[in-house]
Design a protein around this ligand. Structure first.
Ligand code: HEC
Length: 151
C-alpha cells in the first residue's frame, strides 16, 4: 500500500473541498405575505422590532440574509441547517397562519428561550455582534412577549 504522506492528505482534502462547492445551498427567500407576517400584523414597539430584526429573523422568517461566507461549502450547509431548523420551530413570516393556541405556545417558547439564554444561537452572535442581547434586552423582549400572550 502506498504510504500516506502529508502532501497526499492535503491534496485529497483540497479535492474534497472543491467537489463540495458544487452542492451550494438555496438562498432564495420564500415571499412574505403581509397578511400573515408578524411584523405587519402585530403592533411591535420600535425597540423590540429592532432587537427581533437583528437577533432572530435571519433564522425565523422569510427574510434571511446570506453573507459572503454562505458561498463556501460546507460552512453554508451548517448555516442552512440553522435556518431550516429555525423556520420549522418558529416562522414570523407565517405567524397568522398559526391558530391561536399555537401562537400562544410559540410566545411561551420565545419567553422560555430568552429566559434560558438559548437564543440567538451562540455561534450566530460570533459573526453577528449586533445580535447579542444584554440582560436588559432580554427582559424587554420577555415583557413584550408576555404582553402579547396576555392580550
Ligand atoms: C442562527 C439561527 C437562529 C437565530 C439567530 C435564532 N434562532 Fe431560534 N432557533 C434556531 C434553531 C436551529 C432552532 C431549533 C433547534 C433548537 O431549539 O436549538 C430554534 C428554535 C427556537 C424556538 C423553539 C424552541 C423550542 O423549545 O423548541 C424558539 C421559540 C426560538 N428559536 C426563538 C428565537 C428567538 C426569540 C430568537 C431571537 C432572540 C432566535 N430564536 C434566534 C435558530 C435560530
Amino acid at each position: 500500500m502506498k504510504k500516506l504522506n502529508l502532501k497526499n492528505i492535503l491534496v485529497g482534502l483540497l479535492i474534497i473541498l472543491v467537489v463540495m462547492q458544487v452542492f451550494s445551498i438555496d438562498k432564495t427567500n420564500p415571499p412574505i405575505d403581509e397578511k400573515l407576517d408578524f411584523f405587519s400584523t402585530v403592533q411591535v414597539p420600535e425597540d423590540v422590532n429592532t432587537m427581533l430584526k437583528y437577533s432572530c429573523v435571519d433564522c425565523h422568517s422569510h427574510s434571511s440574509k446570506y453573507p459572503w461566507y454562505t458561498n463556501i461549502e460546507p460552512i453554508s450547509w451548517w448555516i442552512k441547517g440553522h435556518i431550516k431548523g429555525g423556520l420549522q420551530h418558529l416562522n414570523f413570516s407565517v405567524w397568522q397562519a398559526y391558530d391561536a393556541p399555537k401562537r400562544r405556545h410559540k410566545i411561551d417558547e420565545c419567553i422560555e428561550v430568552l429566559e434560558q439564554e438559548r437564543m440567538p444561537i451562540k455561534s450566530y452572535t460570533w459573526a453577528h455582534k449586533e445580535a447579542k442581547l444584554t440582560d436588559e434586552d432580554r427582559k424587554r423582549l420577555i415583557v413584550f412577549f408576555e404582553s402579547l400572550r396576555d392580550m
